[in-house]
Design a protein around this ligand. Structure first.
Ligand code: E4P
Length: 216
């Protein structure tokens, strides 16, 4: 399973990249707005830090506007993936990008049928938002499992990118049902390292070592 960082904060990406476990980055207009910076500047910096797929989302809502913006973003670096909303225009633009060998991430997916549309038009990634589904009492990880089954039934190569991940349990659930990628906020990636028994065990090992060697 690949791990992407879901953020527009370059400092978080620099820190997580040092751990060697980050395979890519996803951004969206809200995350870029939170960074207080221009999308092009942020993406230009990210591609220099992480050598993997970097999703940058279009703002346009019409096909021509999406293609124009997407081409500009794709020109930044070969690793830039064009993020398109799951609308008629987004799915139409997805076909154009696929036909022109530009990678895409179709976002705001909340149903299996939406995921099928993205796969039919050659999306590189589909992003089911599991946290937002859980928020309204639906089964986010269950959606990933259904998409996995259906993509496998038909041999679709679109990768399932579990998005809107809120906590470590979501990562486990997405992995259990076969998501190809999990994109996570920095604090969720950090939480994956933690277990109270690891901390307790390490403390005991270090204390025993000190005692055995008369160190204080
Ligand atoms: C990533 O591609 C998505 O934009 C992101 O995971 C959405 O997360 P949220 O539901 O926490 O805003």
């Amino acid at each position: 399973m690949d791990f992407f960082l879901d953020t527009g904060e370059v400092n978080e990406i620099k820190e997580a990249a040092k751990w060697g476990i980050i395979d890519g980055v996803t951004t969206n207009p809200s995350l870029i707005a939170k960074s207080g910076r221009n999308q092009f500047d942020v993406i230009k910096e990210i591609v220099e830090i992480v050598n993997g797929p970097i999703s940058a989302e279009v703002i346009a809502t019409d096909v021509d506007g999406m293609i124009k913006e997407g081409e500009e973003l794709a020109n930044i670096h070969e690793n830039v993936v064009i993020k398109l909303p799951l609308t008629e225009a987004g799915i139409t633009a997805c076909k154009w990008f696929s036909d022109n060998q530009i990678k895409t991430n179709v976002t705001l997916c909340f149903s299996v049928n939406q995921a099928l549309l993205a796969a039919k038009n050659g999306a590189t990634f589909i992003s089911p938002f599991i946290g937002r589904l859980d928020d309204i009492g639906h089964d986010g990880p269950g959606l990933i499992e259904e998409i996995r089954n259906i993509y496998d039934n038909y041999g679709f190569e679109t990768k399932i990118l579990a998005a809107s991940i809120r906590h470590a349990l979501h990562v486990r659930e997405a992995a259990m049902v076969g998501a190809d990628v999990a994109t996570m906020p920095f604090k969720v990636v950090k939480s994956l390292f933690k277990h109270p028994l690891t901390d307790k065990g390490l403390e005991a090992f270090l204390n025993d070592h000190k005692k055995a060697n008369n160190l204080n």
